[in-house]
Each structure stands twice: as C-alpha cells, then as structure tokens.
Unconditional design. Structure first.
Lengths: 572, 55
C-alpha cells in the first residue's frame, strides 16, 4: 500500500487529501472543522480526519506533500518587494513577519503536527498541483489543462498537456500578470471581501451591462496568443494588500463602493453603475479565459480541456469556454481552488512513484460522515426532539410539498465551495418568494444573489441548455434555462435567464437523487432549489453538531440529519 | 524540532544558491539574521524595530 497525504494551506481554503494506491480516498477542508470560513491554517484536523476515515495512522503514510514551494514563494515575495521599493517599504515588516514567523517553516510545522519524520515531508509546485487535481480527477485519458489563479510561487497561469499519468507544461504567465488578482482587486473595489466575494461579483454582473469595457481594456490588455498584461498603475498588490488596487483605478472607474452598504437593484443609479462594472469585468475575464483556452487547443490539438485554479470557479466563464474555445468536453473539479491543490499534490507524488491512475471523480462527497450517535446525544443535550425515518427521501419530499425550506445533512460532506446534496438547504424551485426568504432571513445575504437548481441528470436537457455535461455534476458551470421551463423554475433562474445547475445521479448524490425521483413519482418536475447548509459568514456544515447548531439558530422549517427529522415547531 | 529547522535552512540556502538568485543574498542574509534574532528573543515584536531601522 502507498499512502500519500496532500496538504494545502497558508493563503485560503486549506485542505488535506489522502491518496492510496493512486485513488483519492478522501479530501477535506480545514474550515469544516475549525468553523472559520476559508480557514488558511495548517489543516491538521482535516488531515487527522482523513487518516481516521481510511483507518490508518500517520506512521502508515509514505509521504506528506505540501502543495507549493515555500522557498520559491519567498523568492517571489523578495523580488516583488525589491521591484516595488520604496513603495513597498511599509509592507516589508509584514512580509518579514509572515515569512519568518511561519511560512518558510511550513514543512517542519506539518511534520511536527502530524508526528511524521521531517524527511517524509516534501513540497511541490502550486500550478502543477492545480493541473494534477483537474486532470487526474477528470474522465479524460488525454487533455489540455489550463490553470488560472491569483498567483502560485511565481506564475499565475499555465497551459499543460496531460496524457495518462504524465503532465507536461507548455506555457506559463508570470506574476503579476494575473486574472485572479484582477478579479480580486475589482471584487475589493466593489466592496466585497477578496477570496470570498468573487461569487457575488459574478452574480452582480447579471444585473449590469458591459458598458465599461473600454476602461477595462486599459487595465487588462490581451494578445492574440491568449497572453495578457495588467497595467501596473491600477494595482497595488505590493503596497496595499488589503484592496490590491491603486487610486488610479478609482480615477478610471469612479469611487469604490463602500463595504457593507445595502444593495438596491434594480433602481439605484450608483448600484447599477457598479453592476455595469461587474458585468464589464465578467465579460473581459471570460474573453481572456476563452482566448487562453483557444491557445491551449492550438498547442495541444486535443478535444478535452481540464481547468483548475481559483478562477476556474467562474461558472459563467466555464460555460463560454465550452461553447467557444473549440473543445468538445470541459472538466472542472469541484474544488478547483487551493483546496484542490492538496489533491493534486498527493496525486503527483503517488504517480511519480509508480501508482496507476485512479477512477475519474464521480462524487464530491469526500469528507467525513455524520456521527449519528454523537449527533443524537447533542440533540438531546440541546433539547431538540426528532423522529427517526425509514424513508428519508420521501420524508424530505413530504415537507418540500408543504412549501417548507428543508435542511439536509446526510452522508459525507463535500469538498469544495458547493453543497451538492449532502449538506444542503432544499426547497421547491417554483416560488420566487422562497428565494427572497432564503436570501433575507436564512442566509442573510445580498438580495441579488441567485440560487442553484439540482435536477435529475437524465431529465436535465428538458430544462437546461447543454446539460448534462462534464461540469454540471459539480455545479461549476451555468446553463441557460429553457424558455418553456422558466415559469416552473422562477426561484432558481437568475435575472439573465441562466442557472448554475447541478445534475444529479444516484452515484454522485444518492439521497438527493432519491428526493428528485420521488418528486417525479408524485408528478412534479425533478428539480429542487439547492443552496449550501450554512449561515452568513459561516463555512458549510461539517458534523452533525454543526448541523444542529445551524438548525437551532436559523429559521428553516425542518432538517433531516442522518435519518432523523427535526421540526422547527418542536424547538423548545 | 531544531533538526527539522536546520533541514529547512539548508533547503532554503540550496534554493537560493543558483547563480540567477545571487542578487537576493543580501536580503536573504538580513532575513536569516532577523530569524536568528527571532529565535533568540522568542518573539517577532523584538525583530520588527530592527527591520524598520535597517530600511
């Protein structure tokens, strides 16, 4: 047996992943244990949970691989600090504190925390790990691979070719030419939190028109070979890491939007102007990604493409890449961002030491299961009553048909930012009032943010254009809702007529598939509104106790936890 | 613990021993000296003023 643990950490979305004999056994984000959203700390709880799930100990590990090279990262930080000197003068002590304080010692810290010999702990390359995560989880024997994120050690974008267990890098773009940093800087400009608010910008874009492309063209200059350049005068990564943009950005686009101000769309002129900027950014980013994908096609001549890196979570761009870049199939893993780097790191070591390729990823449910007994004890201690059900899917449908908003925590939690039926909040998709209730009362988030539909894979094409495809199982792309279906899917159709659809099978989300089949059996459309089981600012629920805490503090109507049903009216 | 730190310091020196990275050595030496100060004093709050003074 060859067991390799991959680790990603230090920037955002830290995670651990365990690969045994070339197969991904489990992968978990630290935030599900620490309850700190996007937690960047070393994923020691996640690593221990992976070992527990596999029934092995740290002594059984052949290697622990960190997903990037801390020394190359230090080099890039030093070079960029020198390049921007003296503007970077004020940031230098912070850089020293971060680097010397813990970042360069990460391999030692991993060895100490897990109790493995330091010689077993190694590092890899950030973008190579992204590429490996996407390709080795894909169903393709050969594929072009595109990785795009903020920055790895020194590069921000790569094009590679994957074949069997081999991945060969063909091109790379260096820092600071970065679509991720561009999107992040404008996310901050629009008043959202970087590394968290990018989804909000994507949702906001649908409310605007791309009327600011001319200005965006001054910031992002693209070439016919897919490469691009950011105009440095608009950015301030090396001097102001909090927002990443310079005063020149505000001179060009107008004053930034203050964080926390309520949105009023459509109607408020300022908000509409900011929505136009979001739309222009989204369109410019999509065009740049399509151009990169076309270049990947030209360089490899292959029919399939895998995409990873944080920018690969841009579901709107992914749809356009599939439509326009010349590939017949496109795959994006559910944790395309840094959490997936842990998966890639484990795979790369495993394959470099002779392991064969494992099976393609079927389900994102790679986390820890619900500990039913412990959850029941906690529920008892909290005074929450439940009834056990032998037919959980039918029970959920009974409640959905009453118009309930139903929380579901069942099976292993998912890897990545999407809840795909194991830690979800479900509702029927017809009534737009449900969407407003979810946004305002339960999720407490911006009113413009859409909710996603989950549909039986075999019925998806009746409601959504181009579904199912290789991305829809993991909710990493959008699809146009068919005209005839929009009336029935009002709660899950975004203002631009699209939906970030999940196609469900018994293999990728067993309980959700049963729920959809039951709805179909009762003469309803096999579609539900599906949003993640978490409150505002919280990570998605991990354990049964987390689910109970959510249920206790949020006004959902009922919750299925394992096979136990909790009703709000029974709350004491 | 100390052995693994030494392991990391050697890996760091190996990384920067390429000819193209020689120009970073002065900055690296400052960082390593700061690092030694950090270990001796047990806290970065003591190091930061030195760094400010140097730059």
């Amino acid at each position: 047996m060859s067991a390799v643990l991959g680790i990603s950490a230090q920037y955002h979305d830290s995670a651990a992943a365990l690969v045994i004999d070339g197969e991904l056994v489990c992968a978990m984000q630290e935030e599900r244990f620490s309850r700190i959203k996007n937690d960047a700390a070393l994923p020691i709880a996640a690593a221990r949970a992976c070992l527990r799930h596999a029934g092995i100990t740290a002594n059984d590990l052949d290697a622990v691989v960190f997903y990037e090279n801390p020394f190359a990262k230090l080099e890039r930080v030093l070079v960029s600090t020198l390049r921007s000197f003296p503007a970077s003068f004020r940031k230098f002590p912070t850089v020293v504190r971060e680097q010397l304080g813990h970042k360069i010692w990460v391999l030692d810290d991993i060895a100490n925390a897990l109790g493995v010999p330091r010689t077993k702990v190694s590092h890899d390359d950030h973008h190579a790990c992204h590429a490996a995560c996407a390709f080795y989880l894909s169903p393709f024997e050969e594929a072009a691979i595109l990785t795009v994120d903020g920055v790895g050690e020194g590069v921000t974008t790569t094009i590679s070719k994957g074949s069997g267990t081999e991945i060969t890098r063909l091109r790379a773009l260096p820092y600071p030419q970065s679509l991720g940093l561009l999107y992040g800087a404008l996310t901050a400009y629009l008043g959202f939190e970087v590394n968290e608010g990018e989804y909000k910008v994507m949702g906001l874009a649908a409310y605007g028109k791309p009327t600011r492309r001319e200005e965006l063209a001054k910031i992002l200059k693209t070439s016919s070979d897919g490469s691009f350049e950011l105009a440095p005068e608009y950015f301030a990564y090396d001097t102001d890491a909090d927002v990443g943009f310079s005063p020149a950005m505000e001179t060009l686009l107008g004053p930034r939007r203050l964080p926390g101000r309520p949105w009023d769309l459509p109607g408020n002129a300022d908000d509409e102007a900011h929505a136009d900027i979001a739309a222009s950014l989204q369109e410019a980013t999509t065009d740049a990604l399509v151009a990169l994908a076309r270049e990947a096609k030209r360089l490899t001549g292959l029919d399939a493409l895998c995409i990873a890196g944080g920018v690969a979570l841009n579901a709107v761009a992914n749809r356009d890449i599939l439509r326009k870049a010349g590939f017949s199939r496109v795959f994006v893993p559910p944790a395309a961002g840094d959490a997936g780097g842990a998966v890639g790191a484990a795979f790369r070591f495993s394959h470099a030491h002779g392991a064969k390729r494992g099976k393609a990823l079927v389900t994102a449910a790679l986390g820890a299961d619900i500990d039913t007994e412990r959850a029941r004890d906690t529920a008892d201690a909290m005074g929450l009553r439940s009834t056990r059900t032998e037919t959980p899917a039918q029970t959920v449908v009974d409640h959905l048909e009453r118009g309930d908003v139903v929380a579901v925590a069942h099976g292993r939690f998912e890897l990545g930012p999407r809840a795909l039926g194991q830690r979800s909040i479900l509702a029927l998709p017809e009534d737009p009032d449900v969407r407003d209730r979810l946004n305002r009362v339960i999720k407490r988030r911006e009113p413009f943010r859409p909710f996603a539909p989950s549909v039986l894979a075999e019925r998806a094409s009746e409601y959504f254009e181009g579904a199912p495809n290789d991305m829809t199982a993991f909710m990493v792309t959008v699809a146009d809702v068919k005209d005839g279906a929009k009336e029935k899917l009002r709660a899950v159709t975004h203002v631009d007529g699209t939906a970030r659809v999940q196609t469900v099978t018994k293999e990728n989300a067993p309980l959700l598939a049963e729920v959809l089949l039951e709805l179909e059996k009762r003469g309803r459309i096999p579609v539900v509104l599906n949003t993640s089981l978490n409150g505002a600012g919280e990570p998605i629920v991990g354990s049964g106790e987390d689910a109970l805490a959510f249920f206790d503090s949020h006004p959902v109507d009922s919750m299925l936890l394992g096979d136990d049903l909790f009703l709000t009216r029974d709350k004491s | 613990m100390i052995l693994s730190r030494v392991h990391t310091v050697f890996a760091l020196l190996r990384h920067f021993s390429h000819r193209q990275r020689y120009f970073l050595w002065p900055l690296l030496i400052v960082l390593l000296l700061s690092s030694i100060l950090l270990i001796l004093t047990g806290g970065l709050s003591y190091v930061a003023p030195f760094v400010y003074a140097l730059f």
